[in-house]
Write a new protein. Structure first.
Length: 511
């Protein structure tokens, strides 16, 4: 462990903090502390209370009771974001808060711009110079004059870090910082975190990726159902132990090898020569009743584009689709009417209405049933909502809860629930568990298998190879917009899928 973390004392201490929403206690007398210069991971299933604790620390919301002490100063009960920033607390959220159309320097010093003398004019030269000095100090691959719109997601994340450092932050909170990064970019993020720690800056790291928690952390705090379960020191940290504490029991590890069964049920969907110029071409396959058909491939292989076109979101240039033996021209309206559901990759942007309640989110794709004459039957809408909450075990089980205030896992449950309350025959699921913790993943997996057991056909797109291997009855791998290989009736491994996605077949080294 870093010497600063061992000898520098406590930077932040939360003592018996409690928070309730609408009578539901989401944090129950939780104790939590971070040492100076420490990388401290905060883990727990979705709904465990992680986000709420961060909101209390950063002043987004106020605690009901308990004490928060930062750098020796007691934080008042009526906390605020401005106060937390003044204290030296910075947050880098999973959804970045940068402003498009502005430069790196402008984003770093937003509301803190240096002025020309005693005027109200911004000293752009000085601001760019200050930003570039900060960039060079941390050896970030950026330029102060780069526009935010023209840099990668990973580089934007670096700008968020620089924003925090420009405010002289002594505590940096990182919420799922690696969710959109490549392996190389993650390695760079790790180097930055080690650099921050060496400078005595504390990092609160929130991630569902156990290997990252294991590699980075000096200590780990585990929350479950709003309560403190355990604080693990470095020597006790292991992925298996963290998972056990998070969910209260050991998960059975999915078999590395998965035997793909013989499918003998009737054909639900037949796709012949489907083409969308520039996205995918000449795609053909069959989908059977109650089958989970996995679609694998690297980023840019055409997986998401294919399911969007099949659902009727994006146009098709050529090809033929047959649904239950009849020609089918996909459109969103036709798909809903035909009992076809769709769970998009971008949950926050396309799957939910964050400012609307659980009831409204579940009701909207079911308006054909809830408002056949144009007026919503409120009682029926409420019944649909309660049924969806019960089916998917949404937490908290409050139909009036705004979906934007739910954890990622519970948001995904709502996205699934709105389709399960209707007579579903086929569902497209794109990246079902991105940003979701292990416990919630297991629940989603159970629901996918239950759907198949009920005769619902599933087309599953996933870049999580163990997930694809474990859930699928058959797997089609796309490469450069074409079907490269189909795995069926065999012992399937993640390595086999990855080799195919990379253009390698058994016994060869290249496409």
């Amino acid at each position: 462990m870093n010497d600063n973390s061992a000898d520098g004392g406590i930077l932040l201490e939360c003592r018996s903090v409690t928070k309730s929403y609408s009578g539901t206690t989401v944090l129950d007398k939780v104790d939590f502390s971070i040492r100076r210069g420490e990388v401290h991971a905060l883990v727990g299933e979705n709904g465990a209370g992680k986000s709420t604790l961060v909101k209390l620390i950063t002043g987004v919301t106020n605690r009901d009771s308990g004490d928060i002490v930062f750098d020796g100063k007691t934080v008042p009960l009526e906390h605020s974001r401005k106060l937390s920033q003044e204290l030296g607390i910075a947050v880098i959220y999973q959804e970045l808060s940068l402003i498009p159309g502005m430069t790196v320097a402008q984003n770093i010093f937003l509301t803190k711009e240096p002025l020309l003398g005693k005027t109200r004019l911004i000293d752009s030269k000085k601001m760019n110079r200050m930003a570039q000095e900060l960039i060079e100090k941390y050896e970030f691959p950026l330029k102060a004059t780069d526009f935010i719109d023209r840099i990668s997601i990973a580089q934007r994340q670096l700008v968020e870090i620089l924003k925090a450092l420009s405010g002289h932050a002594s505590l940096m909170i990182m919420d799922e910082p690696s969710s959109s990064l490549t392996k190389t970019e993650v390695e760079m993020l790790f180097r930055i975190i080690h650099s921050l720690r060496a400078e005595g800056i504390s990092v609160l790291y929130i991630s569902h990726r156990m290997e990252e928690v294991y590699a980075l952390s000096d200590r780990v705090t585990v929350l479950r159902d709003g309560k403190l379960v355990s604080v693990l020191d470095k020597e006790r940290i292991s992925p298996a132990e963290i998972i056990r504490l998070m969910i209260g029991h050991k998960l059975e590890e999915a078999a590395i090898h998965h035997q793909l069964p013989r499918i003998e049920s009737g054909v639900v969907l037949e796709v012949e020569g489907l083409t969308s110029v520039g996205k995918f071409q000449d795609i053909s396959f069959l989908l059977h009743e109650g089958e989970v058909l996995g679609i694998g491939g690297l980023v840019g292989s055409g997986r998401t584009e294919l399911v969007r076109a099949l659902y009727g979101i994006d146009p098709i240039d050529a090809g033929k689709i047959t649904y239950f033996g009849k020609p089918f021209a996909p459109s969103v309206r036709a798909s809903i009417a035909a009992g076809i559901g769709f769970i998009p990759e971008e949950r926050r942007l396309q799957g939910i209405l964050a400012t609307q309640s659980v009831t409204r989110n579940i009701g909207i794709p079911n308006l054909d049933l809830l408002a056949p004459r144009g007026v919503v039957r409120v009682k029926a809408e409420q019944e649909y909502s309660l049924r969806g909450i019960k089916l998917l075990n949404v937490k908290p089980p409050n139909p009036d809860q705004l979906v934007g205030n739910l954890s990622g896992g519970n948001q995904q449950k709502v996205v699934l629930a709105k389709w399960l309350v209707r007579d579903l025959k086929l569902i497209f699921i794109d990246e079902p568990t991105v940003g979701i913790d292990i416990g919630a993943k297991e629940e989603i997996y159970d629901h996918v298998r239950k759907l198949a057991g009920m005769g619902v056909s599933v087309i599953l797109v996933s870049s999580d190879l163990p997930e694809l291997t474990r859930l699928s009855d058959r797997v089609i791998v796309l490469r450069k917009g074409k079907v490269f290989h189909e795995f069926k009736e065999c012992m399937l491994t993640s390595e086999m899928i990855l080799r195919a996605a990379s253009g390698i077949t058994e016994g060869s080294d290249e496409n």
